[in-house]
Design a protein around this ligand. Structure first.
Ligand SMILES: Nc1ncnc2c1ncn2[C@@H]1O[C@H](COP(=O)(O)OP(=O)(O)OP(=O)(O)O)[C@@H](O)[C@H]1O
Ligand SMILES: [Mg+2]
Length: 261
């Protein structure tokens, strides 16, 4: 077998990008020939310094941005052939939770996505109740989303995406501006989604809090994939890419059972 044929077939990937590039009109080359893949059920961290291209990359993965070069595939099929279906199957939780609020109450906000899918009333109610439970928002069901705390808004944004029942959930820096308890709640929510079988792509600067739960870490640098491997391999090179190295890691993973203790 030649090296070219030894790897997995492209159809084995749930989602993959080939030679993906994006040139913005102002001349910025935000991502530059990215080859990226995700397998079903994976929990993947996407890391890299500010401006390295993480947000631009993930906005291509669900068809929000159109590449200026290359292509994104879902189960081997180009996503541009069916963007509506792609956005249903790949949910994106934005960094700015406020921008995702659409309903007058927490309940209505979560129901918005399933209603757009034109599901029947019973199924909508079932999904909203499940999302409220999973993200610990039951007691806030009648509250106005804009008045929630930062951590509650973040959980609401995740609940809204979960209610769409996507295969893949991509979260863009869901821990930013949260206190210890807020991070814990959001991380618990993400782990619950993963346990339910959703594939998770987590964009974060926080290796320490998430690495114990991830199978793979992908590092971006200047619009390219600079490293891709299991956390215990990647921990030793984090510093090379401007990512804070965990305390006491000593190039080991012992300090990274943050949530499990
Ligand atoms: N609409 C746009 N027009 C021009 N340049 C853009 C646009 N959006 C992003 N960029 C540029 O693309 C590059 C990658 O940006 P991106 O937002 O993907 O970075 P990031 O890795 O998500 O950074 P951060 O950690 O700060 O969120 C940056 O140089 C940014 O300035
Ligand atoms: Mg970003």
């Amino acid at each position: 077998m030649t090296p070219e044929t030894a790897g997995p077939a492209k159809g084995d990937f749930l989602l993959h990008a080939e030679e993906l590039s994006h040139h913005f009109p102002d001349g910025t080359l935000a991502i530059d020939g990215v080859n990226f893949h995700v397998r079903r059920g994976e929990f993947l961290l996407l890391m890299g310094r500010n401006g390295s291209g993480k947000t631009v990359l993930i906005r291509h993965l669900n068809g929000l941005y159109k590449p200026t070069g290359g292509e994104v595939f879902l189960e081997g099929q180009p996503i541009r052939h069916n963007l509506r279906e792609t956005r249903r199957r790949i949910g994106l939780v934005f960094q700015d939770a406020d921008s995702q609020i659409v309903g007058q109450t927490v309940w209505r906000d979560i129901a918005f996505g399933p209603e757009n899918l034109r599901l029947d009333r019973e199924e909508i109610e079932r999904r909203v109740e499940a999302a409220l439970r999973l993200l610990g928002l039951e007691h806030l069901r009648d509250h106005r989303p804009h008045l929630l705390s930062g951590g509650e808004k973040r959980r609401l944004a995740i609940a809204g995406v979960f209610a769409m029942d996507p295969d893949i959930i991509i979260l863009d820096e869901p821990f930013s501006n949260l206190d210890f308890e807020g991070v814990r709640q959001v991380l618990e929510g993400i782990l619950a989604l993963h346990r339910k079988g959703h594939t998770i792509i987590l964009v974060t600067h926080d290796f320490e809090k998430s690495a114990a739960h991830a199978e793979r870490v992908v590092i971006m640098d200047r619009g390219r994939i600079a490293a891709d491997g299991p956390p215990e391999e990647i921990v030793g090179i984090l510093g090379d890419f401007g990512i804070r190295v965990p305390f006491g890691s000593d190039r080991s993973m012992e300090s990274l059972t943050w949530l499990n203790q």
